[in-house]
Design a protein. Structure first.
Length: 98
């Protein structure tokens, strides 16, 4: 909805979800897929880095979530190596190194 755009709502929601995840699972890697530039920007601000899909997960349950995406055929044809989405990963171990 246009009335919510430009107010930083997505950024606040994403930041709170990220903070809660870090509190509950401080040693867990957090990752996601997106084609949206705005989401990539938010993720980058939170410390996520772009990674290859092989660095994400081999959990079948996660990849089944991609089946409803219009780009799923690309992901499937390339054996989960390529897609229009960008994989982004927050690795707490790498944050400690900083």
């Amino acid at each position: 909805m246009d009335k919510f755009r430009g107010h930083g709502l997505a950024k606040r929601i994403k930041r709170k979800a990220f903070e809660l995840s870090r509190q509950r699972y401080p040693n867990a890697k957090i990752f996601g897929l997106t084609t949206g530039l705005a989401v990539m920007k938010i993720n980058s601000e939170l410390g996520y880095k772009p990674v290859t899909f092989s660095e994400l997960t081999d959990d079948e349950a996660f990849w089944k979530g991609c089946q409803s995406c219009v780009n799923y055929d690309i992901l499937q044809r390339t054996n989960r190596k390529h897609c229009l989405c960008t994989g982004m990963l927050f690795d707490p171990e790498k944050e400690k190194e900083k």
